[in-house]
Design a protein. Structure first.
Length: 346
């Protein structure tokens, strides 16, 4: 079901022309900073991939991919990508990228099963990135270092926006706070995962929640994650807690709640993928193209993630609805209500 968050006394700080210019400047500046910060080269990405190869991201495992038959391939089906989490790792191998370097791309997706609202659209645009790592870098300290550097690029971009538009003042926290999903559960045992996210992010301003996908002490995961890209099962020897991945959230003062900007993590090696496929009952995937390449050792170890482009612009430009940033399809009653609330949708 769709939803609509209705901020009180919302007023647009920028008109449509200023907004479009701001979107352009943010996207150009941030991707340059991300590229130089992590040593990533830009590559061209597919909009769709062949069905049945195991390359498409199945997200939480229940979302349906938009698919279509290809006439010249005997009606073999292709599907629009959900994200490029696994495709990027194949591309690292194909380009023979060395450790310490990586790739990024503009990812455009259609997620037909999304619950539409202020933060969710049928159309998803993000920077997908992936970087080759060594076996010694498959640890929590390295993950935190990468997260901190990405957050630094976000703060530099915030400074650009505030210089362009003086009516927008700095709001991002100086530093990002790291916490494991199990620690967050122990802090707020009677709260839902979303309530925990709001409480911790409101307190610190910017938070990276570690360990998304594996079951916590209450028998439930903080959130679902596919078993074949992020490593959410490897135990950190320093803490005894599972997971080398997480979500980056910041406090959105327009919507008065936490806002996820990025999901990222150290990717599965052979052992972690086999374990996670078994834990989720997906062992049959071992026969798919992507999984066979990983198991045979022809894919590099990597770290990667996605950073929402429209969400980032929405945050910086103080917009209350993602439809003020991107053109998409919305329920007509939502369009009418948003117009009444001074947040007209493109």
């Amino acid at each position: 079901m769709s939803y609509l968050i209705k901020p009180t006394h919302y007023q647009q700080l920028l008109d449509m022309k200023q907004t479009e210019l701001g979107i352009k400047q943010i996207k150009e500046f941030f991707q340059q900073n991300l590229s130089s910060e992590l040593r990533l080269r830009r590559v061209t990405a597919p909009l769709f991939v062949l069905t049945g190869m195991g390359i498409n991201d199945d997200l939480n495992g229940v979302e349906r991919a938009v698919s279509f038959p290809i006439k010249d391939l005997g009606d073999q089906r292709a599907e629009v990508v959900h994200s490029l989490a696994k495709w990027k790792r194949v591309t690292l191998a194909d380009y023979n990228i060395e450790p310490g370097y990586g790739i990024y791309t503009d990812m455009n997706a259609i997620r037909a099963d999304e619950e539409l609202g202020n933060l969710h659209s049928l159309y998803v645009d993000q920077w997908d990135w992936e970087r080759v790592i060594t076996p010694e870098q498959r640890n929590m300290d390295f993950l935190k270092n990468i997260v901190t550097r990405i957050y630094a690029a976000m703060r530099r971009t915030e400074y650009l926006v505030c210089e362009m538009y003086p009516q927008i003042t700095p709001f991002l926290a100086n530093d990002i706070h790291f916490i494991h999903a199990e620690e967050l559960l122990q802090m707020y045992p009677d709260k839902t995962p979303k309530e925990r996210e709001n409480l911790i992010t409101q307190h610190y301003g910017a938070v990276f929640i570690i360990g998304i996908g594996g079951k916590l002490s209450n028998g439930q995961p903080h959130d679902l994650r596919a078993p074949d890209y992020d490593d959410w099962s490897t135990i950190d020897p320093k803490t005894g807690l599972a997971g080398l991945n997480g979500d980056l959230l910041v406090w959105n003062d327009v919507l008065d709640r936490a806002m996820e900007l990025s999901s990222m993590g150290i990717r599965v090696n052979k052992e972690a993928m086999l374990k996670q496929l078994e834990l989720t009952g997906k062992e049959e995937r071992e026969k798919l193209y992507f999984h066979r390449r990983l198991l045979e050792g022809s894919l590099p170890l990597s770290i990667g993630g996605g950073i929402g482009q429209s969400r980032l612009c929405m945050l910086y430009l103080k917009k209350a609805h993602i439809g003020e940033i991107q053109a998409s399809i919305w329920p007509e009653d939502m369009r009418q209500e948003c117009s009444r609330l001074n947040m007209p949708l493109i």
